[in-house]
Design a protein around this ligand. Sequence first.
Ligand SMILES: O=C(O)CCC(=O)C(=O)O
Ligand SMILES: [Fe+2]
Length: 264
Amino acid sequence: MIDIQPTMNDKQVMDFVFTGYVMLESVVSEAFNRQCETVPGGGMSDFVCTDEFRRNVLLHPEVAGVVRSLLGSNFLVPITAHHHLYEAPHQGQTWHSDGLTETGYGVTHLQCYYYPQAVKIEDGPTMILPGSHCRLVDREAIAHYGEILGQVSLTVPAGTVALTCYGIWHKAGPKFNSKRRGMIKFSYFRLHPPKRDWVIESDEIPAYRNPGRHPYVTEVESYRDRRRCMNTWEWLCGQDKIEMGFDREYLFSRGIPLNEIKWN
Ligand SMILES: O=C(O)CCC(=O)C(=O)O
Ligand SMILES: [Fe+2]
């Protein structure tokens, strides 16, 4: 099997549990970014399955190192992607989470956003709400929200990959120019139960430490968030007390198991 080394430690995984995302800035090479700049908008499949796309993006040691840390040593590698390409100015999307967000508190699906070109605030960056992956909602129920305290605009250098917990609330932000703004979105899925799959510095499993409260969270809701984060941490460490397990048959899970990929 292709050897992917985990890159995250306990602290970084706890941060992911709290925020619901990891940013890897400028990890993809300039040469490969340039190849992706001209990809048409919409569904992508052939290019995604090439050795080139796998080596430069999907199995890039830093990108796949995060995936391996959060989903285990063997996982489903994307075979499709969607290029969210905007050119004309627009007022931005409404807040939503994609498709049918899974229930429960496990980490089974990482949805990634890859930006081949730099994105500035006027280019219509993706916006996300840190910590919102804990709040499973009906997407129509959040569409009317405007600015939310703590929202983050992903203004990024070229070659950045954001890895997010699938349920995170997000949207394309407003765009004020006619420049191409591309974002290639793809997903990895878990194949096996979690067992503290990241870099282990000590066999002793640290207790989850909550870094604080997201700016939009009030007192009572913060207890619920903290409890959910603790559940996620314990689940990822293979210490789940409630035996939630996970169901491999997700509605959207598509991909090729890492252990079936051979370089051509
Ligand atoms: O293009 C973006 O920044 C986000 C697009 C998106 O979330 C969607 O269309 O579902
Ligand atoms: Fe979306």
